[in-house]
Write a new protein. Structure first.
Ligand code: DOR
Ligand code: ZN
Ligand code: ZN
Length: 440
């Protein structure tokens, strides 16, 4: 088995940066060492910071159906460049991923990906047997509001049936729909994953129902508001829509209070020409999420530990992704090397996503990913790609039984006196094993 030494790294541990050398054994992190032991290959990281690669648990690849917007190769190049080592793909394609056969088609198409990937499965209200038969899915995605694709569920009785049979559900539910689905889940003693929370009122719902809901926030709701939507014009359409400054502040406060479990891009590429022509929803986000978050670290709005927890450790735990999400011996060596001092402007034309525009156009951000390793292989460095075949992640089996005890990943910090990451460290997150027990 080939060994690789990443010499002179700095890594984030317990909210501190520590200098070390990372010894990789094949695809895994072998050990984290003080001594630069020899290896088959030695790569000098030159004191840069190495974090676990982002697990982006919410992206929309457009294959099959609309490969002109994105395909598995382009999405994965954008991901690798953005410091994302795994993505979870949503089911609202044309046709939607609501049958095992269509999931298998996606599995074939996704072999082009350079980075690792997993799949959410769709629900159309009529495919319960398919849901039961689908294997290794991250979640069953329930659309309770109108958006891209035709997957909106119109009656709560089918939502209830799906919550009962699915191993885990993610929801696109805004405002009253969020309130209703959380209350349904809570009555069934289930815990749902709420995508892209965007308002202060939704944060209140999350706060009241921590036992029944995981909360995801998207970067565009953290860094843009309705004022940006106005200046973006036709390009500014996204679901959920960009909100007020007060809503945005509520999201940042929720992060500080430990109420948010994950940050995910909701990368939803549409070509500029398509958006200019009619009202369609979605922003690309893969290549800007880590720079935006690192910029916030430089501005002291977040710590690096927060970034690592929200973009990698928690996504792996929430979705039960085997062996990923932590810089730990025996885990997959999925790594992003970041340069916290590098300043660059976001330019749509430089993006690798097929849609090649960005709602963050012109923002100068400090802190960028510079190299990415997937399972021990250098896949991207300073603008260059190296051949690699991504593979499907393994989801730790969940049984569709109600959880028997509280399974909050991150306890809330009502005082807000400690930094969220310290609080999380102190009270601890669930281990994967606990998470498994809770699910079955
Ligand atoms: O803006 C959005 N775009 N929101 C969604 O829920 C779906 C997504 C898409 O697939 O285009
Ligand atoms: Zn959505
Ligand atoms: Zn989405």
């Amino acid at each position: 088995m080939k060994s690789t030494l990443l010499k002179n790294c700095r890594i984030v541990e317990n909210n501190k940066l520590i200098s070390c050398h990372l010894f990789l054994e094949g695809e895994k992190i072998g050990h984290i060492s003080d001594d630069p032991i020899t290896a088959d290959e030695v790569i000098d990281i030159k004191g840069k910071i190495v974090i676990p690669g982002m697990i982006d648990c919410h992206v929309h690849c457009r294959e099959p159906g609309n490969p002109q917007k994105e395909d598995y190769l382009t999405i994965s190049r954008a991901a690798a460049k953005g410091g994302i080592t795994t993505f979870l793909d949503m089911p609202n394609n044309t046709p939607p991923t609501t049958t095992v056969e269509r999931l298998e088609e996606k599995r074939v198409l996704a072999k082009k990906s350079l980075v690792d990937y997993g799949f959410h499965f769709g629900a159309d209200g009529k495919n319960e047997q398919e849901i039961k038969n689908a294997k290794n899915i991250a979640s069953v995605k329930l659309y309770l509001d109108l958006t891209t694709g035709g997957l909106k569920l119109d009656d709560f009785s089918s939502v209830e049936r799906i919550l009962n049979i699915a191993p885990f559900c993610a929801v696109h539910a805004e405002q009253e729909n969020l309130t209703n689905v959380i209350s349904l889940a809570s009555g069934l003693k289930k815990k749902v994953y709420a995508c892209h929370i965007s308002t202060a009122a939704e944060i209140q719902e999350i706060r009241k129902n921590r036992k029944s809901v995981f909360a995801e926030v998207a970067p565009h709701h953290l860094f843009l508001t309705e004022d940006d939507a106005a200046s973006l014009g036709m390009l500014g359409h996204v679901r959920p829509a960009l909100k007020t400054k007060a809503d945005q502040e509520a999201l940042w406060n929720a992060i500080a209070g430990g109420l948010v479990d994950t940050i995910a891009t909701d990368h939803a590429p549409h070509l500029k020409e398509e958006k200019m022509e009619k009202e369609i929803y979605g922003f690309p986000g893969l290549e800007t999420v880590i720079p935006l978050l690192l910029h916030a670290v430089n501005e002291k709005r977040l710590t690096l530990q927060d970034v690592v927890v929200l973009t990698s450790r928690n996504p792996a735990k929430v979705f039960g992704i085997h062996n990923k999400g932590q810089l730990k011996e025996g885990f997959d060596a999925d790594l992003a090397v970041i340069d916290l001092d590098l300043e660059k402007e976001v330019r749509g034309t430089c993006l690798l996503t097929k849609c090649a525009w960005s709602p963050f156009e012109g923002k100068v951000l400090k802190g960028w990913p510079v190299a990415t390793f997937i399972r021990g292989t250098l896949v991207y460095r300073d603008g260059n790609f190296f051949p690699h075949q991504g593979k499907e992640i393994t989801i730790i089996a969940r049984r569709p039984q109600p959880p028997t005890r509280e399974q909050n990943l991150i306890p809330e910090n009502p005082e807000g006196e400690n930094s969220p990451s310290l609080q999380r460290e102190k009270e601890g997150s669930l281990s994967l094993q606990q998470e498994e027990e809770n699910n079955g």
